[in-house]
Structure formats: C-alpha cells, structure tokens
Design a protein around this ligand. Structure first.
Ligand code: ATP
Length: 252
C-alpha cells in the first residue's frame, strides 16, 4: 500500500478568464513515477506548476479547489511556500544551470538554507552529483562552468541541483525534450533509480517514455483528466476511447 503524496479535489486553474484546469480530483502516490500525458495546450504544465506553487509567479493565475501535499493544504493562507518549494523540486524542459561553476550550482540551494561549512558543502555536492549520475563525469572539473557540459549533462546537473536540498518530490516538465536519444536514455535510467527514494511527477509528450518509466499515467484533455491508472494497463487496455485514440496517435 503506497502513501498518498498529493490529493487534489475540484481543482480549477485559471489564467485571467480562461479556465485551463476544469475540476481535477487526483491522488498521487509516493515513491513512484506518475506520468502526465496529453495533447499540447491541455494544461499539463499548468497542473504541474500548481503542485509547488510556481504558478504563483504567473500574473492573473488563480487556483480554486483543494491541493493537499502530505495532508497539508498548500494554498492555505498560512502555507509556507519556501518550505514547499524545498520539499518539491522542479526540473524544466531546457536545462537551466546557473552561470556558475558545477560546484556552485549544487551548493547554491544548501547555502541558501544556511549551510556554510565547506566540508559539509563538499559532501553534499559529491552526494548530489552521485545521485544525479554525473559525479564520475565531472569530479575532476567541479570548478568549470556548468555551461561547459553537454545538454544531457546539464540536465543531470539540474536534477542533482534539485536533489541537493533533499526534496521529497521532483516535478519534471518534459525533461528530455531538448536531449538526444543517448542523453534521454541516461536521464530515464536516472529517473528509474530515483523513484526508490523520491516521488516523481513527469510531463511528457513521449508515449514510449511514459510507458518505459512510469507506474501510473494520467491522460489530460482540455483541462480534464480523462483516464488515470496503472501505466501498464493504460497502454495495453485503455478504458476510454479518447485515451486509446491519443496513445495510438490518432490525435495530438
Ligand atoms: N502564463 C500564461 N498566461 C496565459 N495563458 C497561459 C499561460 N501559460 C499557459 N497558458 C495557456 O494555458 C493553456 C495550457 O497551457 P499548458 O502549458 O499548461 O499546456 P500543456 O498541456 O503543458 O502544453 P504543452 O504540451 O504544449 O507544453 C494553453 O492554452 C496556454 O496557451
């Protein structure tokens, strides 16, 4: 029996007067990969950004309904957004390392959280880069610019950076869409390893990727969840005709 990390009830999200998410009830289990699939513009990224309140920075956005993260209402007026974003990290479509060294990219978050001791920071940097499956490739050039890395390495650096503040959940918004097949395979292997320790929620356009790495899949369409269940069942025997049409490439 898995623990529930997120539960949303009657969740609606608006940009100005446009309603993007139209009433989503969804429970997301811990320590597994949940994939969110659906055609462009159906609200996948919007939903994801709501889970750590990154959507707060979008002007005119409005969230209605309930989202509980480990039983806490994250939109409660007393909710602590800084703590939430430490617990729920995010990795974006394009790798976005800071214009700093590899070391400083990883040390940045822990420093903000008050860790100053150099030995402790060294330890966190090594551990995070190992967790990000990047240590062996960068251990001799930690002071080089993060921009000297390949795109795939930069993305693993961004994952390692997210892990450095010891999150509980990782939100990933199409993390492989800017990567070549080899770099994609490395990130997929990494995600598969990380799920033993972290809850991962990933938006992907790549059906094969969802099938390879996720345990649960949610199919979004026009702001609704059409079908949500075990990935193995969804890709072999979808219950809804629209899901079947989407995963067999009839639209999207
Ligand atoms: N900051 C914003 N302000 C206004 N509308 C927005 C904003 N961001 C997204 N939208 C609109 O909200 C809708 C949903 O966008 P969202 O990015 O969540 O979709 P998506 O399913 O992730 O799409 P894609 O697969 O193309 O990334 C789209 O119609 C988009 O144009």
């Amino acid at each position: 029996m898995q623990n529930t990390v997120y539960s949303t009830r009657n969740l609606e999200i608006y940009y100005g007067n446009d309603q993007i998410i139209k009433g989503i009830d969804m429970d997301i289990d811990e320590k597994q990969v949940t994939a969110i699939i659906g055609p462009s513009g159906c609200g996948k990224s919007t939903f994801l950004k709501t889970l750590n309140r990154m959507i707060d920075i979008v002007p005119n956005s409005k969230v209605v309904g309930e989202i509980k993260y480990r039983e806490q209402d994250i939109y409660h007026e007393k909710a602590n957004v800084v703590t939430l974003r430490q617990q729920v990290g995010m990795v974006f479509q394009k790798p976005n390392p800071f214009p700093k060294s590899i070391f400083e990219n990883i040390a940045f978050g822990p420093r903000i959280h008050g860790i100053k001791d150099r030995a402790k920071l060294n330890e966190i940097v090594e551990k995070s880069l190992k967790s990000g499956a990047l240590w062996d490739e960068v251990k001799d050039k930690l002071n080089s610019s993060a921009f000297s890395l390949s795109g795939g390495q930069q993305q693993r650096l961004c994952i390692a950076r997210a892990l450095a503040v010891e999150p509980d959940v990782l939100l990933m918004d199409e993390p492989c869409s800017a990567l070549d097949p080899i770099a994609t395979a490395k990130v997929e292997d990494l995600i598969t390893k990380l799920k033993d320790k972290y809850t991962i929620i990933i938006v992907t356009h790549n059906m094969q990727q969802a099938a390879r790495i996720s345990q649960k899949t949610a199919f979004f369409l026009s702001g609704h969840v059409i079908e949500y269940g075990e990935t193995s069942q969804m890709f072999t025997k979808p219950k809804n005709q629209k899901t079947e049409d989407y995963i067999t490439g009839r639209f999207g």
